[in-house]
Design a protein around this ligand. Structure first.
Ligand code: NDP
Ligand code: 2IT
Length: 446
C-alpha cells in the first residue's frame, strides 16, 4: 500500500514541482483515500484521484493599478477552477503577499472535498492575488479590486464560478468587486458570496466559518458526553474566522484566552468576554490595527511578540489564522497541557507531523475541510437565497448551518470510526472523495 501511495505522489509531484503546500494537501488525501480505492472495485482503473489532482482550469493574469502617489503597481491574479463534478466552482479569494500557485492549488483542492461535505451542490475553486492590503488606503484597495475584477469577470458567473472572501478579502473587498462586476456585465446576479445584507448577502455569512468551527467542536465533544461550557479555549488569528469563533465560544460559556496575528499573540488571563471582543472587532475591522493594541485597553493581558499561542494551557484549541501555523512541537505542547480537542477554523493550519501527534494522543481533531466548512456552506445558502430572490432570517440560516455541521460530523464518523476513536481526517477525506468520485464516474471522461 505504501508503495502505491508513494508512486502516486511521485507522479503528481513530477508535474507540480516546487509546490510544497499543494503536495502536502494531495498527500494527506492520498494516504486516506488510496487504501479505500483499493478496497472498492468501482474506482479501479479510472485514474480518479489523479484527475482530481489536476485542476480543470487555471487562470493567471496581470493586475495593474495606480497607488495614491501615482505610481503604477503590478500584481499577479489567479483563479483555480479545480473541480465542477457536483456543481459550479465555488471558493474564496485570498489577497496576501504570500499568494502563489502552490498555495491557491492546495486551497482549491481542499475546497473540492470541503464543498462535497457540505451536502450542497458546489464544485471547488480558489483564487486571489499577491496583493497586500495592509496599509493601503480604501481608494487603493478599490482600484486594485476593480482592476482584479476587470479580468476575472470573464471567467466567473452565477452558474459557472462563484468566488467569496478569504484572508485579506472581507466585506469591503467583496463590495468593490461586486460593483465592478455589475458594471461590466450590466446585470445584478449572485456572482459573489459574502455580499452586504442590503444587496444580496445572507444573514450569518460573516459569522459562519467561526460559528461552524465551534459547532463542530461541540459535536466532537458531545461524542464524549462533553461540551464547551466551562472550557478554556486558545484561538489563533484575529480576523473574520477567529472573531466569530471567539464569539460563539463566549456564547456557549467557554473562556477565550488568546487571539493573535502575524506579529504575535495576546493572552488575557481574565478571558476575552463579549465587550472585549467588540473592542477587537472594531480594532481589526474598522481601525485596521494590530492585535498588540489590545493590551493598551486591557493592561492585565500580555502581548507575546513573534510567538504563537499554542503553549498556553487550554482544553480546546482553534487554529484560525493560516496554513502550517501549528507544528509538531506545538501539538506536543497542547497534548502535554491536557488539550482534548482541536477544531481547525483555518485551512491546513496543522502540519502533517502535528496531526500525527493528535492521532497518537487520541485527541478530538477535526481538519479544516470538515470543521471550517460552515463558511462555504452559508455561501451556498446565500446562492440559494439569491436564486429564490428571497432572504431567510438569522434564525433560519443559523439552524441550517447547525444542521449542516452536524451532517458533516456524521459523515466523518461514518467513514472515520476506528474502534472507540474517530479519525475525522480520514472520515472527511473519504466522504468528500466518494461524493465527487461518484459524480465524475457518472459523467465520463471529461
Ligand atoms: P482574515 O484576513 O480576516 O484574518 C486572517 C488572520 O490570520 C489575521 O489575524 C492575520 O494576521 C492572520 N494571519 C494571516 N497570515 C498569517 C501568517 N502567515 N502568520 C500568522 N498569522 C497570519 O482571514 P480569515 O479569518 O477569513 O481567514 C483565516 C483562515 O481561515 C484562513 O486559513 C482561511 O483560508 C480560512 N477560512 C476562511 C473562511 C472565510 O469564510 N473567511 C472560510 C474557511 C476557511 P495579520 O493581520 O497579521 O496578517
Ligand atoms: O476556505 C473557504 O472555505 C472560504 N474561504 C470560503 C469560501 C466560500 O465560497 O464561501
Amino acid at each position: 500500500m505504501k508503495q502505491i501511495i508513494e508512486q502516486f505522489i511521485a507522479d503528481v509531484e513530477k508535474r507540480n514541482q516546487h509546490e510544497p503546500e499543494f503536495m502536502q494537501a494531495v498527500r494527506e488525501v492520498a494516504e486516506n483515500v488510496i487504501p479505500y480505492i483499493v478496497q472498492h472495485d468501482i474506482y479501479h482503473g479510472k485514474n480518479i484521484l489523479m484527475r482530481m489532482a489536476e485542476p480543470e482550469r487555471v487562470v493567471s493574469f496581470r493586475v495593474p493599478w495606480i497607488d495614491d502617489t501615482g505610481e503604477i503597481r503590478v500584481n499577479r491574479g489567479f483563479r483555480i477552477e479545480m473541480n465542477s463534478a457536483i456543481g459550479p466552482y465555488k471558493g474564496g479569494l485570498r489577497f496576501h503577499q504570500s499568494v502563489n500557485l502552490s498555495i491557491l492549488k492546495f486551497l482549491a483542492f481542499e475546497q473540492v472535498f470541503k464543498n462535497a461535505l457540505t451536502t450542497l451542490p458546489m464544485g471547488g475553486g480558489k483564487g486571489g492575488a499577491d496583493f497586500d492590503p495592509k496599509g493601503k488606503s480604501d481608494g487603493e484597495v478599490m482600484r486594485f479590486c476593480q482592476s482584479f475584477m476587470t479580468e476575472l469577470f470573464r471567467h466567473i458567473g452565477p452558474n459557472r464560478d462563484i468566488p467569496a472572501g478569504d484572508i485579506g478579502v472581507g466585506g469591503r473587498e467583496i463590495g468593490y468587486m461586486f460593483g465592478q462586476y455589475k458594471r461590466l456585465k450590466n446585470e445584478f446576479t449572485g456572482v459573489l458570496t459574502g455580499k452586504g445584507i442590503s444587496w444580496g448577502g445572507s444573514m450569518i455569512r460573516p459569522e459562519a466559518t467561526g460559528y461552524g468551527a465551534v459547532y463542530f467542536a461541540e459535536n466532537m465533544l458531545s461524542t464524549k458526553s462533553d461540551g464547551l461550557q466551562g472550557k478554556s479555549v486558545v484561538i489563533s488569528g484575529s480576523g473574520n474566522v477567529a472573531q466569530y469563533a471567539a464569539e460563539k465560544c463566549i456564547q456557549l460559556g467557554a473562556k477565550v484566552l488568546t487571539l493573535s496575528d502575524s506579529s504575535g499573540y495576546v493572552m488575557d488571563p481574565d478571558g476575552i468576554d463579549a465587550d472585549k471582543l467588540a473592542f477587537v472587532i472594531d480594532l481589526k475591522n474598522n481601525k485596521r490595527e494590530r492585535i498588540s493594541k489590545y493590551v493598551d485597553a486591557y493592561p492585565r493581558a500580555r502581548f507575546h511578540a513573534g510567538e504563537r499561542p499554542w503553549a498556553v494551557p487550554c482544553d480546546v484549541a482553534l487554529p484560525c489564522a493560516t496554513q502550517n501555523e501549528l507544528d509538531e512541537n506545538d501539538a506536543k505542547q497542547l497534548a502535554v497541557n491536557g488539550c482534548i480537542c482541536v477544531s481547525e477554523g483555518a485551512n491546513m493550519p496543522s502540519t502533517p507531523q502535528a496531526i500525527k501527534v493528535f492521532h497518537a494522543n487520541k485527541m478530538l481533531y477535526a481538519p479544516g475541510k470538515a470543521s471550517n466548512a460552515g463558511g462555504v456552506a452559508v455561501s451556498g445558502l446565500e446562492m440559494a437565497q439569491n436564486s429564490l430572490r428571497y432572504s431567510w432570517t438569522r434564525e433560519e440560516v443559523d439552524e441550517r448551518l447547525q444542521a449542516i455541521m452536524s451532517d458533516i460530523h456524521n459523515s466523518c464518523v461514518a467513514y472515520g470510526q476506528n474502534g472507540d476513536h474517530v479519525n475525522y481526517e480520514k472520515g472527511a477525506n473519504i466522504a468528500g472523495f466518494v461524493k465527487v468520485a461518484d459524480a465524475m464516474l457518472a459523467q465520463g471522461v471529461v
